[in-house]
Design a protein around this ligand. Structure first.
Ligand code: MN
Length: 357
């Protein structure tokens, strides 16, 4: 296809109109999406992780001087009124607004909270945009919710939205029908991710989305990473002294059995690895969502590093596997823990994008 053919004109428009910000090597940004906050009742999908979200914002990201991007579907307006949401979670809005002091607070709208556009009462009204672009050196990261990729689907939905909202509020609720926010099956999710992936590679930008509730972190596959790490350790071994050699040998043994585990499953495992084509181009990242049963995922940008992190109740005796063999960090005595699932330098991400896309 000619480079001048615009296959995704609506995503292109989004990129052109995006609110511009510049990142430097001291920038810290937390990206969250898909909180789906409700009225605090049984059908409120935010409720079960609300303490976790409040604690990590207040005790970790605020004191660590992070700025905040809320990347869409923060409120669940298909099922609840803004009044009921704002009333139940006013302390969460207080927290969001404090991030302005660390740098900035921006919120992109998603399909479940687009109705807030004309609402003057809305507390985050002055932070609301459709998309954001971060300029990092000569590179661009585009942040948007992601539903825009399914424009045709969405136009059809808009025509039906009155009926859908009526159904969800007045029929689904009394009968206790759950899980409406997981609106896409895996094929539709794949179609959305794929068109954003295509668009990002064509435009040589990195897109950061939410919407599909599936965390994405394009990177080396776990097996490639483990191979690379083992290689490094073997090189270090030859120049190490006796004590260090023993530690390196132990470490290599652990990595080797992890690597064997990857191959035993018959495929290279990981959150994401090469499902669109044979080469992994790290052009689409997804912060995941905060309505998971066991914990939440989020993206962090800290200077030249981008990370996918997982926060969970550390008192539960469960083992979480990091793609990079990282250790979990307990947050003081809160009971909550954070583990880095995957991380890469932005320079590496953009080099790969330019060399492979
Ligand atoms: Mn959405």
């Amino acid at each position: 296809m000619s480079p001048h053919t615009k296959k995704h004109p609506h995503l292109d428009r989004l990129l052109k109109r995006a609110k511009s910000l510049t990142l430097d090597h001291s920038s810290k940004v937390l990206i969250l999406s898909d909180l789906h906050m409700g009225n605090g009742g049984r059908l409120d999908e935010f409720r079960q992780n609300s303490e976790l979200v409040k604690t990590m914002l207040e005790r970790y990201y605020l004191p660590e001087k992070y700025s905040l991007v809320l990347n869409g579907d923060i409120e669940e307006l298909f099922k609840f009124s803004l009044e009921s949401i704002a009333c139940r979670w006013s302390d969460v809005y207080d927290l969001f607004l404090k991030f302005g002091q660390n740098g900035f607070l921006w919120k992109t709208w998603g399909n479940h909270d687009a109705a807030l556009l004309d609402n003057k009462e809305y507390r985050l009204a002055s932070s609301l945009v459709e998309s954001l672009k971060f300029h990092y050196e000569d590179e661009t990261l585009l942040l948007f919710h992601g539903h825009q990729a399914a424009l045709f689907m969405w136009q059809t939905c808009s025509m039906l939205s009155r009926a859908v909202i009526f159904f969800l509020r007045y029929i689904a609720k009394p009968f206790g029908i759950k899980n409406f926010s997981v609106a896409y099956n895996s094929r539709q999710r794949f179609a959305i991710e794929q068109s954003i992936y295509e668009f990002s590679n064509q435009s040589k930008i990195v897109s950061i989305i939410g919407h599909t509730h599936r965390p994405l972190f394009e990177s080396l596959s776990k097996a490639d990473f483990l191979n690379y790490r083992i290689e490094e350790l073997c090189r270090a071994y030859s120049s190490a002294d006796g004590k260090k050699r023993a530690a390196i040998k132990l470490n290599i043994g652990e990595l080797k059995s992890e690597l064997d585990g990857c191959y035993k499953k018959g495929k290279v495992t990981g959150l994401r690895s090469g499902i669109y084509n044979n080469l992994t181009i790290p052009s689409v990242f997804n912060s995941g969502c905060t309505i998971g049963k066991r914990g939440i995922t989020a993206l962090e940008i800290e200077g030249s590093t981008i990370r996918l992190v997982y926060w969970y109740n550390g008192r539960q005796n469960r083992k979480y596997i990091s793609e990079r063999s990282n250790q979990a960090m307990a947050l003081d005595s809160t009971g909550f823990s954070r583990i880095v699932l995957n991380e890469d330098s932005l320079d590496y991400v953009f080099s790969r994008l330019h060399l492979l896309a």
